[in-house]
Ligand binder design. Structure first.
Ligand code: UTP
Length: 307
């Protein structure tokens, strides 16, 4: 009789939020960069919403010293809720209540030794299950949430799958990059190597790892012994490279819009884009942008005349 291997459902997500956020200093001196809002919503809330839309049931947030605001954001705030109720502000009450009653768990990464080390803190929480890692630096927009796409891939392959996306060639040295070795199906690559922050001249491709990973639990044994790599940090990419030597690891190319909110310009861009769809400010923001663009064009023209 053939033995049927039961593969586990992907139920858990890990959101590392313990980095120092140096690109956003001084804003991130006392709060995690994942709490910086895009108009009115902290970036971490977008990530939690993507997890829930993808069918994730339990979420572990890895926090650093700025843990309290994240915990409080997802906790109920009775005083605020009562006050909104009394004032009849039902819309605001609904928004506040949306962020409670989620199965969230927290663990501390005592020293920010790198993303790989942050993920290692989830070992006991994950146990022997496949899981996803979701980074707050990347907000993704697509019909099927990217995390759900990775879960769909896992259900077919039962293998780790890392989300990647084509980035401008000149920027590859900011990312982990894959060396693809053929497609299993459209957009699902076999990978020869995973390389963290390659020199531009040496990059194996322009397919960069973006902030969504579906990993099998064997990654933890590897992370246990992972030595610091680029930037003297324990890199998740280096551990995935080793995992790929012992079991198949795929890369799924993301087709959709990615907002890089871990970068200052990306953050401002995202704020504008989100503002342009926000019911309370979209018209005012639209008019402001048109007015500003005209002013800037006029200044540019005047500058050109004087030079
Ligand atoms: P980043 O390198 O983007 O975060 O890590 P950072 O170090 O906080 O940011 P900068 O470059 O100094 O501005 C990617 C993700 O991994 C988390 C970060 O919080 C971020 O979500 N991270 C990174 C940890 O949780 N722990 C670490 O030790 C490092």
């Amino acid at each position: 009789m053939a033995i049927q291997i039961q593969h586990q459902k992907v139920r858990k997500a890990v959101i590392p939020a313990a980095g120092l956020g140096t690109r956003f200093l001084p804003a991130t001196k006392a709060i995690a960069k994942e709490m910086l809002p895009i108009v009115d919503k902290p970036t971490i809330q977008f990530i939690v919403e993507e997890a829930l839309k993808s069918g994730i049931e339990d979420i572990l947030i890895v926090t650093g010293k700025a843990k309290r605001p994240i915990e409080d954001h997802f906790d109920s705030n009775i005083e605020l809720e009562m006050s909104l109720k009394e004032k009849g502000k039902d819309d605001l009450l609904k928004l506040v209540e949306e962020t409670t009653d989620i199965n969230l768990h927290f663990i501390r990464q005592s020293h920010p030794k790198g993303l790989g080390h942050a993920v290692l803190q989830a070992k006991a929480f994950i146990g022997d299950e496949p899981f996803v890692v979701m980074l707050g630096d990347d907000l993704m927009e697509s019909e099927i949430p990217l995390t759900k796409q990775l879960i769909n891939d896992y259900e077919k392959t039962h293998a780790s799958t890392i989300a990647v996306m084509k980035v401008p060639h000149q920027e590859v040295d900011k990312y982990g990059v894959i060396s693809p070795s053929g497609e299993t199906e459209k957009g699902l690559y076999n990978v020869a190597n995973f390389v963290e922050k390659p020199a531009i001249k040496d990059t194996p491709s322009d397919l960069a790892i973006i902030g969504r990973y579906l990993l099998t639990p064997e990654i933890f044994d590897i992370l246990d012994t992972q030595q610091p790599g680029a930037g003297n940090e324990i890199q998740l990419t280096d551990a995935i490279e080793r995992l790929n030597k012992t079991q198949r690891v795929f890369a799924r190319e993301f087709i959709g819009r990615r907002y890089d909110v871990g970068d200052k310009f990306g953050f401002v861009e995202t704020t504008i884009e989100y503002g342009l769809t926000h019911p309370q400010i979209k018209e005012a923001l639209h008019d402001y942008i048109i007015k500003k663009a005209k002013e800037l064009a006029a200044t540019d023209k005047a500058d050109k005349k004087t030079t």
